[in-house]
Design a protein. Structure first.
Length: 199
């Protein structure tokens, strides 16, 4: 929780720089705090809920490229999740997670609405086994689509996320959990050092 508080403070202290930011730009960064949750879907263990809260640091690595509608910029990010709660039929598991690989595509837009898509992977450590009786160490491959709503100071985002939780064969029995989640976040993009000013 201390890390999450530090990330929130960082975002607030960078508010003046946010006046210069508007959208993802080559050489810029993304800072974000978010929360979300969902419920188990098809396949795997059922009757299970997930709630998470975390923070993101992202690097915009390219200028917009590509043809037509798919045109956009590539972003690499890292998510830290100090609050990861899994509501199981037998108990509630509390844990922490890190997603060291987040691959994100920010679609180019001249408006204040910027769609994006991403895939990510990480590892989850919990005080109870997930699913019940299986493992306290699990992996979290995931995919999401969402929209940034850009403002002068901060941007808001909403997204739909598919999250899979399993131990990837660390145990003989590996049923896994599949969830569909909704997530909301607030953050900012900083302007790249070698990009032209956009009005």
């Amino acid at each position: 929780m201390k890390f999450l508080a530090a990330c929130i403070l960082t975002v607030l202290l960078m508010a003046p720089a946010a006046f210069a930011q508007a959208r993802p730009e080559d050489g810029g960064h993304e800072f974000q705090v978010w929360t979300g949750g969902g419920y188990s879907s098809w396949g795997g263990v059922s009757h299970t809920g997930v709630w998470t809260t975390g923070a993101r640091l992202g690097w915009i690595l390219t200028k917009p490229h590509g043809p037509g509608m798919p045109r956009g910029s590539f972003e690499f990010a890292v998510d830290v999740v100090p609050a990861f709660v899994v509501f199981q039929p037998k108990n509630i598991a509390y844990g922490v997670s890190v997603d060291p690989v987040v691959l994100k595509w920010d679609f180019e837009s001249d408006h204040r609405i910027v769609p994006y898509a991403e895939i990510a992977g990480g590892v989850l450590f919990t005080n109870q086994t997930i699913p019940s009786g299986i493992s306290r160490v699990n992996f979290t491959p995931q995919a999401a689509v969402g929209i940034h709503f850009l403002g002068r100071k901060f941007n808001w985002n909403v997204e739909v996320r598919y999250l899979h939780i399993s131990d990837a064969g660390l145990t003989t029995l590996n049923p896994g959990i599949n969830t569909i989640e909704a997530r909301i976040g607030v953050g900012l993009f900083t302007r790249g050092h070698h990009t032209e000013h956009r009005p």
